[in-house]
Design a protein around this ligand. Structure first.
Ligand code: CP3
Length: 354
């Protein structure tokens, strides 16, 4: 199931960018940098344009999405933009009653726990997210040679919000379903895989030049459970977009024991949090894949000297990698000083200039 594009990845303006080269494990002029959650509350210009507009509504306004996506590129000179949206947007788009509560996260009105609840997870069509196609068309025009990363939530992490009904520390309802009714669980994840794949395809066809699958909370699982109960659905998502030839990034938090399997699921680039040094992560992932990461986002609250010292540690551990995309080990924390992020981009670029 490969996609047809009028513009192939190889003819896009961003093809020779440092970010896409690093994803392809080709030589780069400098280590590329972007930050998960680079758009958002750390930026005063973001708070200004979002004033009075609820999060999910802002995701449906192409002009606003374009402006917010461009803000961190202008300010920090990062090597890639990430499409401004949220992992629950495709679920909202197919009619799931949910909201994003400030300071809490996604909250689902009626959790999905029984077989009849699956009927609410209908297929996603491009028409359901026409605003995404429109916004990405505007964005790629503005971005020129700067690549745009599309993204989606992975089936497990989406299932966790749907089954729990909101954010969860222990994922107890999710695990109860996974262990207690493996067939219902498999059917649920399979439907989410189809929705996720359809959402990523929309973004790639509109012009995204890489995609990241966020399985933020999958680190809650042991490797055997991941392999049996989650990997088939995530692998289905990666297979569905393989034919486009755009790099596929796979990220989760606390996934030290899962890194090998997350690569095996079909990623070209494996995202690593700050708990595993990148040289050790490379051993766990094995050859043929680039790595992304992995400065602890909390380090940015320290002194500039400490940030530089910790950044050198990351770069030194990455020195022998086939491809390295510099990033934080998780998203930018909302109260981060934006100037610390700008300095960090500059520091990585200068220090790795070849
Ligand atoms: O710049 C970027 O990285 C793109 C924007 C982005 C958002 N959400 C915007 C957002 C991305 C990539 C996401 C993905 C996302 N959303 C994930 C995976 C990434 C991760 O952090 O692990 C997850 C788990 C979610 C679910 C979610 N949405 C949470 C936990 C929250 C935070 C709730 C809060 O207020 O603390 C959201 C809301 C959200 N998504 C905000 C933003 C900018 C904050 C809402 C606001 O600014 O009003």
């Amino acid at each position: 199931p490969s996609g047809q594009q009028t513009e192939t990845p190889a003819t896009s303006a961003a093809y020779d960018s440092a970010f896409l080269k690093a994803c392809r494990r080709e030589p780069v002029p400098h280590t590329p940098v972007w930050f998960m959650r680079q758009a958002g509350r750390s930026l005063p210009e973001y708070l200004k344009v979002r004033e009075g507009i609820p999060m999910l509504e802002s995701c449906m306004q192409p002009e606003l999405v374009t402006e917010i996506t461009l803000q961190p590129v202008r300010r920090h000179k990062v090597d890639a933009a990430i499409y401004f949206s949220d992992i629950v947007v495709p679920l909202k788009a197919i009619g799931i009653d949910l909201d994003i509560k400030p300071g809490v996260g996604p909250v689902v009105a009626e959790p999905i726990r029984r077989r009849e609840d699956l009927d609410r997870l209908r297929a996603l069509t491009p028409d359901d997210v026409a605003y995404v196609t429109e916004a990405i068309g505007m964005l790629t025009g503005e971005l020129g040679a700067t690549p745009l990363i599309g993204f989606a939530g992975a089936p497990f992490t989406l299932a966790s919000y749907l089954v729990e009904g909101g954010p969860s520390r222990n994922h107890e309802h999710t695990k109860a379903l996974m262990y207690g009714d493996p067939q219902l669980w498999a059917d649920l994840l399979d439907r989410l895989a189809d929705i996720t794949a359809a959402f990523l395809k929309v973004q790639i066809e509109a012009g995204a030049s890489a995609v990241q699958l966020f399985d933020s909370w999958v680190g809650a699982l042991a490797p055997s459970d991941y392999r049996r109960s989650v990997m088939p659905a995530s692998a289905k998502v990666f297979r569905a977009v393989e034919g486009y030839g755009v790099p596929r990034i796979h990220f989760g938090v606390g996934t030290g024991e899962l890194l090998g399997l997350m690569g095996e699921a079909g990623a070209d680039v494996v995202g690593v949090d700050w708990r595993v040094p990148l040289d050790e992560a490379a051993r766990r992932v094995g050859p043929g894949k680039a790595l992304q990461g992995n400065l602890d986002p909390a380090v940015l609250f320290s002194t500039p000297e400490a940030v530089e010292a910790k950044t050198r540690e990351v770069l030194d551990a990455a020195a022998g990698l086939e491809g390295h995309v510099f990033n934080l080990g998780h998203g930018v924390l909302p109260t981060t000083d934006p100037d610390a992020l700008t300095r960090l981009v500059e520091y990585v670029h200068t220090r790795t200039a070849r």
